[in-house]
Design a protein around this ligand. Structure first.
Ligand code: SAM
Length: 216
């Protein structure tokens, strides 16, 4: 089960996370390059009217949640790390936020207009990603939207190059991360969306992050 896989890591990172996304850690500067714009892009791609119900998975410290609330959506957040939930609620006391993860979603089928997530989907293996996409397909209404932004590589040679580069630049933490987590390739991700019924398109946002926008 994916629920606890990276919980310790995120509990420990919670206090420092917002400094990292702002560029404090040189190893992750490129990963989070254009972070604010990427989050805004997710909200825009949802293209839903105010009052829509949006599920956000892996909310972290609540940076995307804030933008979703500002767009006038009813936001239901899901986050497995206790410390991350505490940070998010410290910033957004009125956010509806549940303990859960991509495979444990506390909302009824057909209840959401959209699903959003940033920098979190890669915590799942490809098999879990497929299971999650199938679950989320059931969670949204007909015509519902799914918009994710996350690290992904165009093909194996790019993934290999990024790993090599991280090692050459002495970015030990990033290099380990690129090997430990389940960063997918564009074609396999495309396949997972198609197999679960979604119509999807992809747009590269920086050297690491791609936006995935899907319709039911
Ligand atoms: C890199 S942070 C991203 C936080 C936030 N979405 C953002 O864009 O800043 C990844 C988040 O995903 C959460 N996470 C880890 N495994 C998860 C899973 N299986 N399902 C849902 N969220 C998960 C972590 O606890 C963490 O808060």
């Amino acid at each position: 089960m994916s629920r606890a896989r990276f919980n310790d890591l995120f509990d420990q990172w919670a206090d420092d996370y917002d400094r990292t996304v702002a560029g404090s850690n040189p190893e992750y500067q490129e990963v989070f390059q254009g972070y604010g714009k990427i989050l805004e892009g997710v909200v825009q791609e949802l293209s839903l009217p105010p009052g829509s119900y949006v599920l956000e998975i892996g909310v972290g410290t609540g940076n995307l949640s804030r933008l979703l609330l500002e767009a006038g959506f009813h936001v239901v957040g899901v986050e497995p790390s206790k410390q991350m939930r505490a940070r998010a609620l410290g910033k957004l006391p009125d956010l509806t936020l549940h303990e859960g993860d991509f495979l444990h979603i506390p909302v009824p089928d057909g209840s959401m207009d959209g699903v959003a997530s940033t920098y979190a989907f890669h915590h799942l293996t490809d098999r879990e990603k497929k299971e999650a996409l199938a679950l989320l397909y059931k969670t949204v209404k007909p015509g519902g939207k799914l918009v994710f932004a996350d690290t992904m590589f165009k093909d194996e040679s790019v993934r290999h190059q990024m790993q090599k580069e991280a090692k050459e630049r002495g970015f030990r933490q990033l290099a380990e991360d690129l090997e430990r987590e389940f960063y997918p390739l564009l074609d396999s991700m495309k396949q997972l969306f198609l197999e679960t019924g979604w119509k999807v398109r992809f747009e590269q946002m920086n050297r690491y992050v791609w936006l995935m926008a899907a319709d039911k």
